[in-house]
Design a protein around this ligand. Structure first.
Ligand SMILES: *Cc1c(COP(=O)(O)O)cnc(C)c1O
Length: 385
């Protein structure tokens, strides 16, 4: 059997290692100049006024809730197909979650599914809508933002899948993270994401007040009053230690500089998948790309009607694993998790269920060799035969 192909993995090169080693020899291992340098680079890449680095994507989400003043009695709208953290962040601050359904072919929250969720949340204090750019395809942000605004809510994009993706709006190309239609956007640098620092996260925003509060929350709620004595700090609200050390910021900077190359490679591999998978249609379909989305795909998710082909997903997963091909399922609908079922009661969301029943994520990462795509598709063809 040839080498194991995971569904995703980091690409760490010699100059990334050198950047970390240099940071280890610097004066600051944390709270030093590498933090601001990484933030500066990041906000330029995504076109936001402010970027606040933090310890991981979950901390980023938690801080957005706190910075927006969301708390008990408030409601956040979260798509049912996402990672657990998107909903957990609302629970951290005592807010309630109303789950929105998703489009069964793209897995994304749409204006229609958001409108339906807002209808269910009617009469309650909806404070935030958290669209997730699942797989790297970008949600219809202008339409979601208009709906959120009419409900009195902000948009917080949970964007760990979509670093490098952009949205066509009119004749503009809007990078994800530029917050043209949102209050804040969050990112993660977990090893499977588009750039990796091991653990790491970022919040971007164009609102100076939010950025200031995010920085304060990241470090114990401390601020230094202007003109105060050098040792003086003030704690105005209990914050956290959600800092990203200089060692990881140095790695993040080195990785971010490679985003154009990583993104281009992901696009090439995506294109190769589209061609190679075509003969397996209609049994195997690639998740639908929304018209205006120009993605750097994080996940190569296909949809297989397992019931129709008379095979279980488990049999396909096992058959691929036996051929050295790793897969993953993104995601189990969050509203069906025991915690949310107990808290919110049973809820049936047809789009999320249809997506979950059919989705399977195939390997996609920049370090894949040119013939790896053929290897995956050949394995899938064999397994389905
Ligand atoms: C990875 C991810 C997170 C969490 O990021 P961590 O850095 O692992 O905490 C949150 N939401 C989505 C959609 C993710 O993919």
């Amino acid at each position: 059997m040839s080498a194991w192909l995971p569904y995703g993995r980091q690409t760490i090169e010699d100059d990334d290692v050198a950047a970390v080693v240099a940071a280890l020899r610097d004066d600051f291992l944390t709270t030093g100049p590498a933090v601001e340098a990484f933030e500066q680079d990041f906000r330029q890449v995504v076109g936001a006024d402010h970027a606040v680095a933090c310890s991981n994507g979950t901390a980023a989400l938690h801080m957005t809730m706190l910075a927006a003043g969301i708390g008990p009695g408030d409601v956040c709208i979260v798509p049912a197909i996402t990672f657990l953290a998107t909903a957990n962040c609302a629970a951290y601050v005592g807010a309630d979650v109303v789950f929105a359904d998703v489009d069964p072919d793209s897995g994304l929250m749409t204006p229609a599914t958001l409108a339906e969720a807002l209808e269910r949340a009617k009469g309650r204090r909806v404070r935030a809508v958290l669209p997730v750019h699942l797989r790297g395809d970008v949600c219809d942000l202008p339409a979601l933002a208009a709906l959120a605004e009419s409900a009195g809510a902000i948009i917080v994009e949970d964007a760990p899948h979509a670093l490098g993706s952009s949205l066509r709006v009119g004749n503009q190309q809007e990078p994800v993270g530029g917050c043209a239609h949102s209050a804040m956007a969050t990112f993660s640098f977990h090893p499977v994401k588009t750039i990796a620092t091991g653990e790491g996260g970022m919040v971007t925003t164009n609102d100076a007040g939010l950025a200031e509060r995010l920085r304060r929350l990241r470090s114990h709620g401390m601020s230094r009053p202007a003109g105060g004595d050098p040792w003086v700090y003030e704690m105005v609200e209990p914050g956290f230690n959600y800092r990203l050390p200089d060692i990881l910021c140095a790695l993040g900077r080195s990785q971010l500089a490679k985003l154009p190359r990583f993104g281009a490679r992901r696009r090439v591999l995506t294109q190769a998948y589209e061609t190679a998978l075509a003969p397996l249609a209609p049994r195997v379909r690639i998740a639908t790309r929304p018209e205006a989305s120009d993605p750097v795909l994080h996940l190569m998710t296909v949809l297989i009607d397992f019931a129709a082909i008379g095979m279980t997903r488990r049999a396909v997963v096992d058959g691929l694993a036996a051929r050295g091909v790793g897969t993953q399922v993104h995601y189990i609908p969050v509203h069906t998790q025991p915690y949310w079922r107990a808290r919110n009661g049973a809820l049936s969301l047809a789009g999320a269920q249809a997506w979950y029943d059919q989705c399977l994520t195939l390997p996609l990462f920049p370090g894949m060799a040119d013939d790896d795509v053929a290897r995956v598709v050949d394995a899938l063809t064999e397994v389905l035969a």
